[in-house]
Design a protein around this ligand. Sequence first.
Ligand code: ACM
Length: 554
Amino acid sequence: MKKIIFLFLVLISFKVSAQEINIIPQPAYIDKKQTQKPFIIDSKTQIVVADSTLIPSADFLNDYLQKYYKLKLTITKVTPGRNFIKLISNTRISEFNDAYNLITTDQNTTIIGTSKFGVFYAVQSFIQLLPTVANQLITVPSVVIVDHPRFDYRGMHLDVSRHFFDVAFVKQYIDYLALHKMNYFHWHLTDDHGWRIEIKKYPKLTEIGAWRNGSIIGLWPGKGNKNIRYQVMPNEIKITPNDAVIKTDGIRHGGFYTQEQIKEVLDYAAKRYITIIPEIEMPAHSMALLAAYPELGTEPNKKYTVAETWGMMNKYNNVLQASDTTFKFLENVLTEVMDLFPSPYIHIGGDEAAKVWWKQSAVSQQMMKANGLKTESELQSYFIRRMEKFVNSKGKTIIGWNEILQGGLAPNAVVMSWQGEKGGIEAARQNHKAIMTPENTMYFNHRQFVKEDSLAANKFSPLIDVYNYEPIPTELNAEQAKYIWGAQGCLWTEYITTPAKVQYQLFPRLDALSEILWSPKDKRNYPDFQKRLKTQFKRYDLMGITYSKRYLEN
Ligand code: ACM
């Protein structure tokens, strides 16, 4: 019998020395104890956690084991002799924020984080040490990992306006971010094509603004659409009678989240240590709001509709009137938003505002005159500063797209740089925090292959470009570089209509992004990343996640 057990252990250790360690994002330091026997998780393994602030990490691990390996472990405060996974917090183990050490031996696993966040990140690495196939012995290779994040802001965005995604899927999306040690979810809740958050004081925002009567067919300007019906055009753009015709799919699309549902998502994200930053767009990208409350537009007597077409014409869509009535309305909306979201940051958009609307509006011109503003760009700056003052008065900070630099940056604003890196560089030079999301690499709605099987935005952001992106521009000196808070991937959903398509566009570019943001710069290695990706794909198979399988071809 002894001989058989011995043989069994030898076999396991042989198997395990072949069990590679393929973690994404790549940890700062890994010591593979190849010669040592593995840790085996069975029904008697206990999760030890004495510190109540670490319970969400213990629960997360247990839920994962149950979901994918049908194993529910006992969680205890008392450390048994062996066969345990212990979670501890100790600030002294590292000089870095949110760092962790993960040590597995054949007896047990010990996770020590400098914070509850570090412990959670260690759990994500631990999960990636588990087999990628269910129903087999759960062996974990013996290893020592010492790890910490490179950037404090590791963000991913989802547009739920162009297409609506329900609470169940938003939760899954949050799990994807958690697995990659991302810590901010930018939830793009409002735009021309749908208002997605219940605001109790203004029910028409969702009664009217959450629904559109059709979407263009195919890539802009749309199959069969010789002509696009522009929503409301500026006087200076001439429209022929034919242009009044539109052919959409005629399918009503929409949906919104109640405040109760938003609380549910916030609670889910908090247990995964992800901060949700809500975005409420202003002064542009507001057609859904204007369809509900036309009196806030620059053309209150024209009929606004929730936008049905996207693409190039977005930039002509109407903007909010610069009036005291609008500011009061937005303050009331933001009050409800800030009461709901614990995030210290609120995104207020600020992108792509066509100044022509303010130029031809007597009310906006009057606002400019009254405040000594010479140009419409200065009015944009005034608009954002005024909203910033309100948001700051509630103890929160605004984030805006790089256009908020126009006419002068609001004093405390964080800049999200999407039109290249210029905006981020300018913000950092002005000692403002910046988040890099240059569209050429960081917009994951773009194609990832030259030819895609299905519709995607007509730009190209392949995996290798994402992987090679460096968030700190060479133009900045060391002092200025400290203002580059991190980077973000964006997923705009004009051409993304289903959860599976979201997954396809996201994976594996999210893997590349996470490595840029988490791993030490000198650990980045594309061939090695591609090798680790193969194991990650097997994990995605286990988890039922769609990813671009064409990466398996090479
Ligand atoms: C943007 O893509 N308009 C931020």
